[in-house]
Write a protein that binds this ligand. Structure first.
Ligand code: SAM
Length: 402
């Protein structure tokens, strides 16, 4: 008899107290991988925590009632570091990969991740021993960029200690996956006058002995989503794989604009700006413009391309739109002034999800504030997938799509 994943999880969660995240990470990773050899990394602990033979027996007959279940008959395995809400995971799963380990310490991001993939990521990566991570073919990481202090030294593996890149490097060193895909903000290229990137490349190329073509700045809008988002991609191949030449994908010729991703129905009045807030934004822009600094709110026309969606730094205000479908202007939140009558509103979290290429089946369970943060922190899936496709082709031959 089949048993739904969500039902099994309800029973499992009811068995634990609050300090359960680690245990739940072990158990869900075991559920995801129990048919593979790598499940040995989770099995003993998972069985110890579960202590329920009947439940364990159900695992072989699980019915995945979540949007992105584990890949059946995977073509390759990967791990998802600094996983966020799994934007990179979707791209790699779409290409036939199976995730065998994930790490993300933000509790709200973990909730989104679990509701979509049926897996709770492990927490702080700096506390995870690289030996406890299963073997995998591809390491995937969108690591946060931090300052590297490398004064007077060559700048390699040991000099990155204390940074999150070090955690990526020590896992690569121990596990030696066939390839990796790292993603970061465009600013990494010029960070500390280029030194940070140089240290990263020295480490990957010389200390870890990977073939690493020059990194590429990739723009999301070139891959079919209406968002001007530039990110740096760094891919690498273990030398014995024999890859000596890598070409990043060419932009695809698909015209898209903001109106393609807008909600089909009128949205809540809560997304519409108050007249008072609009005045503040206009004032703010005037002040900055008079100083020759154009930074401020922006209304994106329906046939335009959105600015990069980011956390903080006017992320939402730089992507306002005009949507005249609102009929009831009664506010539902505590606002100063009244709701503007020109139809000026923020985009919704679902619209942000679409700007990043997330399919509409992606579940958004958290508050709006968390959802904006999560999508702003995430990746444009089509750009990742197009690049990952080139990597997979070189390592495994043709790509299998589910
Ligand atoms: C730029 S985001 C990556 C987003 C992800 N690629 C996605 O598609 O959603 C970086 C993530 O790293 C997480 N993070 C930062 N430090 C961490 C740590 N020490 N251990 C685990 N996760 C960490 C942050 O919470 C954040 O979600």
């Amino acid at each position: 008899m089949k048993c739904k994943y969500s039902e099994i999880m309800k029973t499992i969660i009811s068995k634990f107290d609050e300090e359960t995240n680690y245990k739940l990470a072990v158990i869900t990773h075991y559920i995801q991988t129990h048919e593979l050899d790598v499940s040995k990394y989770y099995r003993d602990k998972a069985l110890k925590y579960l202590q329920d033979e009947d439940l364990i027996n159900l695992l072989s007959n699980i019915e995945w009632d979540i949007p992105f279940p584990p890949t059946k008959k995977p073509m390759f395995t990967f791990i998802d570091l600094f996983a966020g809400i799994g934007g990179m995971r979707i791209a790699f799963q779409n290409l036939g990969g199976k995730c065998v380990f994930s790490s993300e310490w933000d509790r709200h991001a973990q909730i989104t991740y679990e509701s979509n993939f049926g897996e709770i990521p492990f927490g702080d990566i700096t506390k995870i021993n690289e030996k406890d991570i299963p073997e995998h073919d591809i390491l995937v990481a969108g690591f946060p960029c931090q300052a590297f202090s490398i004064a007077g030294r060559r700048g390699g593996f040991e000099d990155t200690r204390g940074t999150l890149f070090f955690d990526v490097a020590r896992i690569l060193k121990e596990k030696q996956p066939k390839a990796f895909f790292l993603e970061n903000v465009k600013g990494l290229a010029n960070h500390a006058r280029g030194k940070t990137l140089k240290v990263i490349l020295n480490t990957l190329r010389d200390d870890l002995n990977y073939y690493v073509p020059d990194p590429q700045i990739v723009n999301a809008k070139d891959f079919g989503v209406p968002q001007n988002r530039e990110r740096i991609f760094i891919v690498g191949f273990r030398k014995d794989i024999g890859v000596t030449n890598f070409k990043y994908p060419e932009p695809i010729k698909k015209e898209v604009c903001v109106k393609d991703i807008l909600e089909e129905r009128p949205v809540s009045v809560k997304y519409y700006l108050s007249t008072r807030y609009l005045e503040t934004l206009i004032e703010h822009k005037k002040r900055h413009e008079s100083k020759g600094n154009g930074f401020g709110y922006e209304i994106i026309p329906p046939d335009g391309i959105a600015n990069a969606i980011v956390v903080g730094g006017m992320g939402r205000e730089r992507n306002l739109i005009i949507d005249k479908r609102l009929t009831d202007f009664t506010p539902v939140t505590n606002i100063k002034g009244e709701v503007n009558k020109e139809g000026i509103r923020r985009m919704t979290p679902r619209e942000w999800a679409r700007l990043q290429g997330f399919p509409d089946s992606f579940i958004i369970k958290v508050s709006d504030a968390q959802a904006y943060k999560q999508f702003g922190n995430s990746v444009a899936i089509p750009a990742i997938q197009a690049t990952a496709n080139e990597v997979i082709k070189l390592v495994f031959g043709e790509v299998k799509k589910e």
